[in-house]
Design a protein around this ligand. Sequence first.
Ligand code: LMR
Length: 333
Amino acid sequence: MCAAPLARRRCLQALALGLLPARGRAAGPITIRLSHVVAQPTPKGLALERFGQRLQDLSQGRIRVVIHPNSLLYGDADEMQALQLGAVDMLAPSLSKFGPVGFPEFELFDLPFLFDSSAQVRRITQGPVGQDLLALLARQRMVGLGYLDNGFKHMSANRPLLAPPDYMGLRMRVQSSRVIAHQMRALGARPVVLPFGETRRALATGVVDGTENPVSNFWTQRMHEAQTDLSLTRHGYLGYAVVVHQRFWSHLSPGDRRLVRQAVDEALDWGNTIAQRENDAALAALRASGSTRIHALDEAQRRRLRQATQEVFLGLQGRIGGAWLERVQAALA
Ligand code: LMR
């Protein structure tokens, strides 16, 4: 349902108006439709592919996962709606994309310079804070199945971005997170919210001047062809939550839910071990391509960026919730 790209907007409208039946309980073979916005050879693309293979094995071929990568089926602007309406069964949006659909608490992951390492990220995602955040998703009838790393984000533009004055006046594409928008404003840039699938073109046509992402996304979206400089700022974290809709979840038998959980757990554990490697490989490929100048920042330069963006913590405390921030800070202390 709603699979043909050209028809999908009309199809989503028809689902919203109740003109089409949502998919009923599948008897026998089950197909899980999974949509995401990044390229296949990325931490997310690979982990989801692994999930599909593992579930097929565990179910002895009875449960199949059909993956639509690269915003081919749904992009940032409509994937959450597609899940709500039953046009797709599973998503893995970045944590930054939960704010606009009613979960500003998830934007805590976007706070600049919050995490120093993946081990610190893990303290949140695998601890009580991460599990309580996933439990919030029930408010919108979603079930959160787990977290997946991409990694640390860097800044790109057609000039080096080493110190706050370098950002002055730049139009920087951001995800739809108020925290990230505030971070860009704190640096003197103008945030422009755009779907991931439109970012490369926006960079190439000059609609925006720069952006932020881990290298795996930068490389696989060929953003390097439109950006002369990548500055290794490592200023923020990008991760994902794998989610399904409660309607879909409750249509599965308890045994199948266990199989899906097992396949997700194994795929995410594996995905979290390869994310750094994939980003390192993308950086090596980028270096070898010679298309983009790569700038390493020293600690003093990172400290200046950190100081310049500290106001985001205070400014967004009300949105994220002071209690969540205190719990995060206690877990990281
Ligand atoms: C972005 O929109 O920049 C990223 O979140 C895309 C993704 O899912 O990695």
